[in-house]
Ligand binder design. Sequence first.
Ligand code: PEP
Ligand code: CO
Length: 453
Amino acid sequence: MAETWHPASWRSRRALQQPAYADEAAVEAALGQLRSRPPLVTSWEVDRLRLQLAEAAAGRRFLLQGGDCAERFEEVRPEIITSRLKILMQMSLVLVHGLDLPIVRVGRFAGQYAKPRSADHETVDGVTLPSFRGDIVNGPEADEEVRLPDPQRMVEAYAYSAQTLNFVRALMDGGFADLHHPEYWDIGFVQHPMLRREYQHIVDSILDALRFWETVTSASPTELERVDFFTSHEALLLPYEEAMTRGVPRRPGIYNLSTHFPWIGMRTADPEGAHVEYARGIANPVAVKVGPEMQPSTLRALIRRLDPEEVPGRLTLITRFGVGGIESGLPPLIEAVRSEGRTVLWSCDPMHGNTETLSGGVKTRRFESILGELQLAFDIHDANGSTLGGVHFELTGENVTECVGGASGLAEGDLGRAYISQVDPRLNVEQALEMAFSIVKRRRRYGPPRTDS
Ligand code: PEP
Ligand code: CO
């Protein structure tokens, strides 16, 4: 492996999951435009996130990361962005209250436009087409023109990310997360009386505590209202990530300034591969998705590559085994990290190992499998003297019917009603909120997470 890292050093490695662009000059032109654009995030925000992730790894915070499997250009709309932010805020409110820990809030948004695919091609109605790789590469329609990878889509993805992030920042600055405005906290779609009751109880008790605190301390509301929201996406399309990777004046380090928190997907986590080579040199905190194929020796090699200097908060491992695989898969990996003498932030993605295809070809996930894997993750970390410090969900603020189960008993027959996702099935608002309550109930029963210091 070349020892000198630079933002393009990944190019000498094997890069999986990259589109085959037909016109190299057009790719260069698009990347040239991206290189001249302002960053989407700042290095000091990235550093602040890293410190918060270090606290989560030590059991003093809890990471909530969630959003769409894939953002769509056509869904960069105010109501969609607002409702996604709202459900993440509502989940974080339940978690803050129930876990008694500050929450690190990270959206899978403002850049989650590239998707890994198991096959390069698919056949639709007898016609073989390049697979849909996310809006940053091509379009999902079964049309040969639309499926051709178009480098200009990278420039569009940058613009849509900027529009999304601009609106998120404006909402947060404008008091979107302000508890004094209960209308922001309204759980419109949630019908289930028990969920509504439990949620209202939490909002009321937090408001009471807030009023008490403001009375006794005369604290300025703005201090209390300040809520951070960070962005993340899978750093899959390496030319795009490279173009957004820069040094900053008067600060050491080279940052990916398209997002605070890039992650490496399960399919591209080879320690010798291009994605790991790219990620090893950037100053951002990075996460890696870890699944059933990951060998303890490979994980040790990954840790040494990605975090040679043992920087607190630098590395998050997001496990995604599926409810049937986590009991055998996770303990050896916890042991591998321990044998390296490392602290990482462990997070659980209970979505990607639990995808099923129904007989009609529809992809779904069962609420009980998602919850089951999550509960096992807590149990296994507890039993192995480790800490589960975060969760990773695919969810939407829309009232979709993509995952089955949950308090409202969504059945397979209901999936046709509002199935929108072009890729993986997401939790809807009610299922997402119920998931947050389930995490809290489980921690209450077993006591608070272990603190390492
Ligand atoms: C994803 O997070 O959408 C994804 C593709 O995950 P994984 O790499 O874990 O399969
Ligand atoms: Co997904």
